[in-house]
Design a protein around this ligand. Structure first.
Ligand SMILES: [Ca+2]
Length: 443
């Protein structure tokens, strides 16, 4: 893998790069857009009614990855892995408290690599882990070495609306409380994610004349599902149908397969309440989609689009009732799969890649595309060849080492139960073989 990566880097840096359709003509900027807890319920991924015109617009400008997976379906392990280019069993980040610098004080993060290459690197909002919504307005579990400048917006969803939120599961923290609010008076720009977009646009305007790595971390559609009323009005409760579950199906899986949702099903809310939560989740997808659109519009207005790599990613997926599950931390497809779009200058546009990729691949991909020196030992592979030919085979290899998620699953499942039949191939393979959570076979 390292040999492949070095080869990619040499190509990027060599004069031969001029013949490469993806090679930048000058130092490209990076607009690094993250969302929190967003699954693939997006129009560009084929969802029948979710409205996501701005993310769809990114997909039309770049490559949409249809089989992209996180390294562990939980905020901090996933984000620390992506930002260091190392798998969770290397970072040792397997909970929401551990700082990867404790064990790897000198690790060079993705934005640090760009800083070393002379880039201005800044963060707005949530990129590394922090409690959502508890830590909104703070730097949370940030990595200060990564940035020259940080902005931590807090909007009315955090500062004045929390007491009005409809909480369906009051025994949980607000971030997992199955809670929602349609704000009847506030504007998009008054909410935290509206402010994230506004602050990101200010930084684009201020730093447009030199190479930048701007990380823009949005907070929705993480619970609580709070957004202006108009976004809720775009959806109908009758459309929010829960996937079927049966007692017979439940009897065929070990308890651990359902352990991420306690109590099962739907964290103890009624099916009707769960449908309201689905609607609210979709409403906040459309809300955050609009804020992403504002940032991309600014990039275009400033004339930066032709020389800016745009990455759009979510830290993990999200259950909305499949198998009776809700939220994340399960090893099923809906929890581990993520939306991932890369728009690179001169890359193909409007294509989808069916190849299995992982968020840990983003670090080597971005350094490769930008011609930035990457540290040795990155554990992903550059996806650059897929930006020229999304169907290309053979850029990734079969992963043989265990991932933290697989380790977590194995720790949680007594060995006797490992032999039990689980009718979801991904879970079986993770639990039985301790393979990485994603790939099984990478072609
Ligand atoms: Ca998350």
């Amino acid at each position: 893998m390292r040999a492949f990566h070095l080869l990619g880097l040499l190509v990027a840096l060599s004069p031969l790069g001029a013949a490469d359709p993806v090679a930048p003509t000058r130092k490209p900027n990076v607009l690094f857009i993250a969302v929190d807890d967003m699954n693939n319920d997006l129009a560009c991924y084929g969802h029948p009614f979710v409205k996501s015109p701005n993310i769809d617009r990114l997909a039309a400008r770049g490559v949409r990855f249809d089989k992209a997976y996180c390294q562990m379906p939980w905020c901090s392990p996933s984000r620390a892995s992506l930002m260091t280019g190392l798998r969770p069993d290397t970072t040792r980040v397997m909970d929401l408290n551990y700082d990867f610098r404790q064990g790897m004080p000198n690790v060079v993060t993705l934005p640090q690599a760009f800083r070393k290459a002379g880039y201005y690197a800044a963060r707005v909002g949530k990129i590394y882990h922090y409690g959502n919504p508890g830590d909104i307005g703070t730097s949370g579990l940030d990595d200060s070495a990564s940035w020259q400048e940080v902005v931590n917006p807090a909007g009315r969803d955090k500062t004045s609306l929390e007491r009005d939120i409809l909480i369906m599961k009051p025994t949980s923290g607000l971030g997992s409380s199955m809670s929602l609010l349609a704000d009847k008076t506030g504007k998009d720009e008054d909410h935290t994610d509206g402010k994230v977009a506004t602050e990101a646009i200010k930084l684009l305007e201020a730093h447009k004349d030199k190479p930048f790595f701007l990380a823009v971390g949005f907070y929705k559609p993480h619970c609580p599902w709070v957004a202006p009323q108009k976004w809720f009005d775009m959806y109908k409760l009758k459309d929010e149908v829960l996937p079927p579950i049966t007692a017979e199906w439940k009897a065929t899986v070990p308890d651990v397969a359902l352990a991420s949702t306690k109590p099962w099903p739907y964290k103890g809310v009624t099916a009707e309440e769960a449908r309201q939560c689905r609607l609210a989740y979709h409403a906040t997808i459309s809300f955050v989609d609009a804020q992403i659109g504002r940032v991309v519009d600014a990039l275009d207005r400033l004339g930066l689009a032709d020389n800016t790599i745009i990455v759009f990613w979510s830290d993990h997926g999200y259950h909305l009732g499949e198998h009776g599950l809700w939220m994340k931390q399960s090893c099923y497809e809906e929890s581990t799969r993520v939306p991932l779009i890369i728009v690179a200058p001169k890359a193909v546009a409007g294509k989808a890649s069916p190849r299995t990729v992982e968020l840990v691949d983003l670090y080597p991909t971005l350094t490769d595309l930008a011609g930035v020196a990457a540290p040795a030992g990155l554990q992903g592979v550059s996806l650059r060849p897929l930006l020229a030919d999304p169907w290309r085979r053979g850029i990734a290899r079969r992963i043989r080492r265990s991932s933290a998620a697989a380790s977590m699953a194995c720790r949680a499942i007594p060995s006797a139960q490992n032999a039990g039949a689980i009718p979801n191939g991904r879970v079986v393979r993770m639990a039985l073989n301790c393979m990485t959570m994603t790939p099984i076979r990478r072609r």
